[in-house]
Design a protein around this ligand. Structure first.
Ligand code: 5GP
Ligand code: ZN
Length: 113
C-alpha cells in the first residue's frame, strides 16, 4: 500500500521513533510546528477518524495512552500540551493514515486558524 506512515511502521522509510509496541508507533514529525512534535499512529492502516469502527475501540485507546505516557517522558505534562487529529480537507489532513499530533514545549494558540 502506498501509505507513507505504513512505510514508516514497516521500516521502509526512516523516522526518529520515540515509542513502539506491537500496535502503536510514535515518531518525530519531519516538520515540527512546536518544540515537541510527535506523531502517534496505530500500526494498522486506518485512513482517518471517518474510518474508525467499533473494532478499533481498544486500539485507539492504546494510541491515546501512548500520547499521555510520551507527554510525561518529554516533560511537557505539567506545562500542558495538545493532542490533535486532523480529519479530511477542512481539518487539514495531509497524510491518509490516522494519527495524533502531540504538540508541546510552547504555549499553543486557541482557536486554531
Ligand atoms: P496531517 O497534516 O495529516 O495532520 O499531518 C501529517 C504530518 O506528517 C505533518 O505534520 C508532516 O510534517 C508529517 N510528515 C509528512 N511526511 C512525513 C515523513 O515522511 N516523516 C515524518 N516523520 N513526518 C512526516
Ligand atoms: Zn497507512
Amino acid at each position: 500500500m502506498d501509505c507513507i506512515f505504513c512505510k514508516i511502521a514497516n521500516k521502509e522509510i526512516p523516522a526518529t521513533i520515540v515509542y513502539e509496541d506491537d500496535y502503536v508507533l510514535a515518531f518525530k514529525d519531519l516538520n515540527p510546528v512546536a518544540p515537541q512534535h510527535v506523531l502517534i499512529i496505530p500500526k494498522k492502516h486506518i485512513a482517518s477518524l471517518n474510518d474508525l469502527s467499533q473494532e478499533d475501540e481498544v486500539l485507539m485507546g492504546k494510541v491515546i495512552l501512548v500520547a499521555s505516557k510520551l507527554a510525561k517522558e518529554l516533560g511537557i505534562d505539567d506545562a500542558g500540551y495538545r493532542i490533535v487529529s486532523n480529519c479530511g480537507k477542512n481539518g487539514g489532513q495531509t497524510v491518509g493514515h490516522i494519527h495524533y499530533h502531540l504538540l508541546g514545549g510552547r504555549e499553543l494558540q486557541w482557536p486554531p486558524g
